[in-house]
Design a binder for this molecule. Structure first.
Ligand SMILES: Cc1cc2nc3c(=O)[nH]c(=O)nc-3n(C[C@H](O)[C@H](O)[C@H](O)COP(=O)(O)OP(=O)(O)OC[C@H]3O[C@@H](n4cnc5c(N)ncnc54)[C@H](O)[C@@H]3O)c2cc1C
Length: 507
């Protein structure tokens, strides 16, 4: 009998591709399959957040994404008598190399990720569907079916459901998907628009709802998003209907033409009650679906994958205990819940017909939002939330603070900031990275010997001297996903050894 695979990745959308990218770097034995014969060619998710760009930079794909995309910096809110312009992401993001929202269609994002995994020698098994999972002690028996009807059974230690909203893995694992659908139907189109100022996001706000245009680039210059007006027949979306909606929302004489894609869809707000059940894990849309407000969906999925991939890899190598896998749900489920809450609130304000919310949308928001955004503290917090740079795992069992802790500089559970600029690129290699701040003579090799004994191939040491995010003598252990697992101040390394003995034991 052949030994079970380490991991079976089900689904090759953005989440599955990101997971495959990380598993490949760690030389994990895995297969990735998708029941569709080709990747998505529709634009779908159209924006990539700064944290996703940072997280993918270590694999060498971000430059290509940025080259293909459009880093838009402005939002123009069109009100009945004036236009309010505000920046997107201009402050509070000094500690990243990517302080912008990158507009790029999901088709392009998937293309870049697919080309990358293929170049690394990964074969995406397309036209192959997972049909059944059966746990058998230390492994899972997975039944696969190809388009020609041929079946195969493959054994795997772990199965990750990156298989979208209707996840087979979630169903077979018996995990509930709680939530509901919104009543509104949305219309979406990728097309050309005459009369729209290029290079900005445009929001037309009225008592009926919001009409949005996003700069897309490919397969068309603009993405239009609007609610289907109540009473219009539920038939195929036509350009004429979209033009009627635009004419009702604006006096700007915008002319729509050359649609590349038009569709309608209902939105849901649902979350999986567990992200893990035994050998089964859920990531991306399989774990959470919500409205596209704030462009969080695909980004959250990619970051789920990058949180999980290295953990599976080091556990399968025998370098870390099984317990590490429990931290996936502990870290990512709160992020998923907070995205569901945030997008639900924003969506309700943007679309409700409740008189108070309509007033808030058309009268108060246009006055208050620019004022609020002028308050730099609030603007910084808002941008850090939407950009996903503010995500932290401070409450994770895998985040520990050592002795003489200080609140100066990043804390255990925070992402490592790119401060000084270039620090993230410097530690992009695989494994853990130990950052030591303070004069290098404080960190002789003998002091570090107990830290590295038996795990020197998994922990790289960087003496940062003045080029450090901590203003004093400090130790920071960066995990393979760029988050700090351990932070301590001073030169005592006993706490660090305790942390490593738990999460990266040498036996
Ligand atoms: C019309 C539309 C518009 C959208 N607009 C936005 C937007 O503006 N912003 C945003 O952030 N998000 C948007 N989204 C959501 C975004 O597309 C998803 O969040 C994203 O695709 C999730 O990626 P994923 O990899 O988790 O899942 P998916 O992209 O759904 O990929 C899942 C993959 O699993 C495969 N699969 C499913 N079941 C099986 C099985 N049993 N065996 C093998 N393979 C299987 C599927 O074929 C699919 O390729 C939109 C979605 C739609 C449909």
């Amino acid at each position: 009998m052949t030994a079970p695979l380490d991991v079976l990745v089900v689904g090759a959308g953005p989440t599955g591709l990101a997971l495959a990218t990380q598993l490949r770097v760690h030389a994990t034995r895995f297969r990735i399959l998708d029941r569709s014969l080709d990747r998505a060619h529709e634009s779908r998710a159209l924006a990539i957040q700064p944290r996703t760009l940072e997280a993918l930079a270590g694999f060498g794909v971000t430059d290509e994404l940025v080259d293909r995309g459009n880093p838009t910096m402005r939002l123009r809110m069109h009100l009945p008598r004036r236009v309010v312009q505000m920046p997107l992401f201009d402050i509070g993001l000094a500690d990243t190399a990517y302080p912008f929202l990158l507009f790029l269609s999901q088709a392009e994002t998937e293309d870049v990720l697919s080309e990358h995994v293929a170049a690394q020698g990964v074969v995406i098994e397309r036209g192959t569907e997972l049909v059944q999972l059966e746990p058998k002690g230390s492994y899972v028996s997975c039944r696969l079916r190809r388009r020609d009807g041929e079946e195969e059974t493959v054994d795997a230690r772990y199965v990750v459901g990156c298989d979208g909203a209707h996840s087979t893995v979630r169903t077979q694992a018996g995990i509930d998907f709680e939530g509901s659908a919104y009543p509104q139907v949305f219309l979406l189109a990728d097309l050309e628009v005459d009369g729209l100022e290029p290079g900005s996001v445009h929001a037309y706000m009225t008592g009926t709802g919001i009409l949005l245009f996003f700069p897309l680039g490919s397969p068309a210059t603009w993405r239009m998003l609007a609610m289907r007006p109540p009473g219009t027949p539920d038939t195929e979306v036509k350009l004429g209907l979209l033009q009627e909606i635009v004419d009702a929302y604006t006096t700007d004489r915008l002319v729509l033409r050359d649609p590349a894609w038009m569709t309608d869809f209902r939105l849901h707000n649902r979350g999986a009650t567990r992200y893990r059940s035994g050998p089964f894990f859920l990531a991306g849309d399989a774990a959470h679906i919500h409205s596209p407000v704030g462009a969080q969906g695909m980004n959250t999925g990619i970051q789920d994958a990058l949180n999980l991939g290295w953990k599976l890899a080091v556990v399968c190598q025998g370098a870390a205990p099984e317990e590490l896998l429990e931290t996936y749900e502990a870290e990512r489920a709160p992020v998923g819940r907070s995205v569901l809450r945030f997008t639900d609130r924003a969506f309700t304000i943007a679309t409700s017909r409740n008189p108070a919310l309509r007033l808030a949308r058309t009268q108060l928001a246009p006055r208050l939002v620019p004022l609020a955004l002028r308050a730099t503290g609030m603007r910084g917090r808002l941008f850090r939330t939407v950009s996903e740079l503010g995500i932290h795992y401070r409450h994770s069992p895998a985040s520990s603070t050592g002795p003489r802790s200080s609140k100066r500089g990043p804390r255990a559970g925070d992402r490592l900031p790119d401060l000084p600029r270039g620090l993230q690129a410097r530690i992009a290699g695989r494994g853990y990275h130990l950052l030591l701040s303070g004069p290098p003579d404080l960190w002789p090799d003998e002091r570090l010997a107990p830290v590295l004994r038996g795990r020197a191939d998994l922990v790289s040491v960087h003496r940062l001297n003045e080029e450090s995010p901590w203003p004093d003598v400090a130790q920071g252990l960066v995990r393979p996903d760029g988050y700090l697992g351990y932070v301590a101040h001073g030169t005592h390394v006993e706490g660090l050894c305790v942390y490593l003995d738990r999460w990266l034991p040498t036996t």
